[in-house]
Design a protein around this ligand. Structure first.
Ligand code: MG
Ligand code: MG
Length: 259
């Protein structure tokens, strides 16, 4: 997948600013996550918020993607388009967004319940969010890439859910997607050594049912083959002083919605 660009401390500081602005864009969307809101309205609020703060939405026109937020409802895993679909009570919705500020990207995703959601689906959201932090905790210079995926996979499977294999996390920096790939499955002690200056998006995509996914005919939308729900949480994480530091944030989301 190409060369890995190690980041300096000042580049990582710049990315933290991108990550904070992205967190605030998520807050603006979180305010609108309720039955009746169209997914197009969610895209619009984030797009405007990011541009109003002197940044660029990273996803817009990325490989031709037509919007600023990937919006994935229920059985859609990732890469859904905004549309006229209005959220319904009982849905879950993944909002995946990126910000480029001063030339540096940040990337993060969060999956929300809409109104009253079945308990097993709330559990899917909780376990997926927790699995992200299980993975982040492994992002140390004592470890290799496989340790991150191993931790996520073990945690998720212990709770009876399944890990999507076809899509993975990635390096982040001056480009939204850089080397290396960051799988959400793997073997302990395998893969590249994790080093200071590495900045990666860790983004477990976890299914309630089977792990298989299919792509819709629009060439983007990925859904579960069994049409059971899927959850997705993502942070951009730097390794510095041997340890992980999260550059994106859910703190603004937590002010609006908890589950
Ligand atoms: Mg993302
Ligand atoms: Mg990503």
């Amino acid at each position: 997948m190409g060369v890995i660009y190690s980041k300096t401390a000042s580049e990582i500081e710049a990315m933290k600013l991108s990550g904070d602005l992205l967190g605030q864009a998520h807050r603006e969307m979180a305010k609108l996550v309720k039955a009746g809101t169209t997914t197009r309205a969610l895209n619009k609020v984030a797009d405007e918020f990011i541009r109003d703060h002197g940044a660029v939405p990273s996803f817009f026109q990325f490989n031709g993607f037509p919007a600023s937020v990937c919006i994935s409802v229920n059985e859609v895993v990732v890469h859904g388009f905004p549309s006229d679909y209005a959220l319904r009570d009982g849905d879950i919705i993944s909002l995946d967004c990126g910000v480029c500020l001063n030339g540096y990207h940040a990337d993060s995703a969060y999956t929300y319940p809409v109104g009253n959601v079945r308990p097993e689906i709330i559990k899917l959201l909780r376990i997926t969010r927790e699995s992200l932090y299980e993975g982040i905790a492994q992002a140390t210079t004592a470890n290799r890439m496989g340790d991150i995926g191993f931790a996520i996979q073990q945690y998720v499977q212990k709770h009876g859910f399944s890990v999507v294999r076809e899509l993975v996390g990635h390096g982040v920096g001056r480009s939204l997607h850089e080397a290396p790939e960051v799988p959400n499955y793997g073997q302990r002690g395998k893969g590249i050594k994790l080093t200071n200056g590495l900045v990666i998006a860790i983004e477990p995509m976890i299914n309630l049912g089977r792990r298989e996914v299919v792509q819709e005919r629009d060439g983007w939308t990925i859904r579960t083959r069994d049409r059971q729900p899927s959850a997705h949480f993502e942070h951009t994480v730097a390794i510095q002083n041997g340890k992980p530091e999260i550059l994106t944030t859910f703190k603004y989301i937590d002010e609006i919605i908890t589950f």
